[in-house]
Design a protein around this ligand. Structure first.
Ligand SMILES: *Cc1c(COP(=O)(O)O)cnc(C)c1O
Length: 352
């Protein structure tokens, strides 16, 4: 791929202290266009700035849009690393397929990320547990309001520095099991990273937050009986020594952190199962004390211990509200590999 560069002379000051997630973008972005018959064309790195969008633009009406989320990490030698970047673009292609968006070339996209991050390398922060968040996305750009897949698209990558997810240490969170709204159904778009899934999840998230919970735990959309995932994270439980995570059913997002946790746990010899887990089974395990640990997994938080679950107005404390040993071990190993502090036997960490 031949990336064209357009340079700027107006550089933003780099933040000197912690910034709120997703609020402070870097100086450049990567763009490329798509047109039916022509394919993806004009890959370019240009100064960060607003898009001009026609009011009839497809994405504004029918939400034909998908995205990805990944990070660049600075290792102890000052080099910059990505974590399993091909997996993000393989997943992006599965999202594309479901949303009638033309697929991308995985190698070209990884190359685009590397080129952009390399140009913006001074934006990769150096403080402990900080990183540069990478947001690739694609949206439909046809200018008509007929209900059809667009013939034109824009692919973009933007970057923003992010602080430590746990400035005060790994604190377990309170989670509310959602009984009214559902996030996704099998046959729908739950397995894709599309903006529409998030729009549908905002109301439950807001309500949970107002009641003092950090996120909701989603149940399946058909029987409202089986555990799916938590907020924007996959979820794991340790029940009577067994580690359980809901099997990918079509309505669950296949997280790269989820996949990495499973591979690590299996390599350590823990008994792991991907299966259906009903809320009744979870609640009775919480009640009789066989629920030993619970945590969410995702790029932003890596792993996030769950200290309290609420269901039907009942509250259950997990592991005395403290992080469990398996959760801690996964956190240490994954962050160790991501930031290049630990050996990487799987070859997951990719230097730029
Ligand atoms: C992105 C995302 C995840 C986590 O995926 P990772 O690849 O681990 O970051 C989980 N659930 C939802 C709904 C997501 O959008």
């Amino acid at each position: 791929m031949n990336i064209r560069y357009e340079y700027t002379t107006h550089f933003k000051p780099k933040p000197t202290g912690p910034v709120a997630f997703g609020t402070y973008m870097t100086d450049y972005m990567f763009l490329m266009n798509y047109e039916t018959g022509k394919g993806w064309y004009d890959p370019r790195i240009v100064p960060y700035g607003p898009f001009q969008i026609d009011p009839a633009c497809t994405v504004l009406h029918y939400a034909q849009e998908i995205f990805e989320g990944m990070k660049a990490y600075r290792d102890p030698n000052g080099d910059i690393r990505l974590f399993r970047p091909e997996e993000n673009f393989k997943r992006m292609n599965r999202s594309c397929d479901r949303m009638c968006i033309p697929q991308v070339n995985v190698d070209d996209c990884v190359e685009a990320v590397k080129a952009l991050v390399k140009l913006e390398q001074d934006w990769v922060p150096r403080e402990k547990d900080t990183s540069l968040y990478i947001r690739p996305f694609i949206f439909a750009t046809d200018n008509h309001i007929g209900v059809h897949a667009s013939h034109t698209y824009l692919f973009a990558i933007i970057l923003c520095p992010v602080g430590s997810y746990y400035p005060e240490g790994l604190a377990p969170v309170k989670i509310m099991i959602e009984e009214e709204d559902v996030r996704a159904v099998r046959g729908g778009t739950g397995f894709t990273k599309c903006g529409g899934n998030y729009a549908a999840s905002l109301r439950a998230g807001d309500r949970a937050e107002k009641q003092g919970y950090s996120q909701v735990l989603w149940l399946d959309g058909v029987e409202r009986k089986y555990i799916e995932e938590v907020g924007a994270m996959n979820v794991f439980f340790k029940i009577s020594g067994q580690i359980v995570t809901p099997a990918l059913s079509g309505s669950i997002l296949p997280g790269i952190t989820r996949m990495s946790c499973l591979e690590l746990l299996r390599s350590w010899g823990y008994p792991v199962s991907e299966r259906r887990l009903s809320v009744d089974e979870l609640v009775s395990a919480a009640r009789d004390g066989s629920l030993e640990e619970a945590f969410g997994s995702g790029t932003a938080a890596v792993v996030s211990p769950i200290g309290e679950l609420s269901f039907h107005g009942e509250h259950f404390t997990v592991n005395g509200g403290k992080i469990g040993p398996v959760t801690q071990k996964l956190y240490d190993e994954l962050t160790g590999i991501q930031w290049g502090r630990r050996e990487d036997p799987f070859g997951w960490s990719v230097k730029i």
